[in-house]
Ligand binder design. Structure first.
Ligand code: FES
Length: 179
């Protein structure tokens, strides 16, 4: 999901700090507090990314570099954590994120139909955001609920087993702010 970050963030380029997008005072304080719970500040990387995402809705390259600077890491190290954790968004997303599980159980139980019908309904490909900025649609690896395949998540709410028509109805409900 995440893009590679800009080349000026690569190891050996000492100028990457020039592209930092400063954290807010509140973000810096919050991250400092979280890092104080660990022997090494680097252990708070995921939490620091979540702090920024909670404020901005996603994590820009500039903010990622600011986190790296605060936690005494390289941008690449922070980016590899962000990439591994699929709930950290490295591009702007819509107000609500819908994810469809594309791992094996869900794939066998109807992933293709869920994806195709929802993409057609929303008029966007997987990875896209609706023109009204309401919904971003993303794939996700196994959600740990294979017995409920096929599964999807609307925000933090797990749905499954679910049909394509039921998923469309739930997404429209969320879009209207009813869940
Ligand atoms: S494969 Fe989809 S929840 Fe496990």
């Amino acid at each position: 999901m995440a893009d590679l970050i800009a080349t000026n963030a690569m190891p050996g380029n000492s100028n990457w700090r020039e592209a930092i997008e400063p954290l807010t005072e509140q973000e810096r304080t919050e991250i400092e507090h979280l890092a104080s719970h660990y022997p090494r500040p680097q252990a708070a990387t995921i939490e620091a990314l979540k702090v920024v995402q909670a404020n901005d809705g996603w994590v820009s390259d500039g903010k990622l570099k600011a986190i790296a600077d605060q936690l005494d890491m390289s941008p690449d190290e922070v980016d590899s954590v962000a990439t591994f954790y699929n709930k950290i968004y490295r591009k702007p997303v819509g107000k609500r994120v819908v994810t469809i599980c594309d791992s094996v159980s869900c794939w066998i139980m109807g992933y293709d139909e869920l994806r195709q019908k929802l993409c057609d309904h929303l008029g966007i490909p997987l990875g896209g955001t609706t023109t009204d900025g309401e919904i971003t649609l993303l794939p996700t690896p196994c959600l740990g609920a294979c017995d409920r395949a096929p599964t999807a998540m609307i925000g933090e709410k797990l749905e499954g087993p679910i049909t394509a028509d039921e998923l469309i109805a739930q997404v429209e409900k969320a879009r209207g702010g009813q869940s």
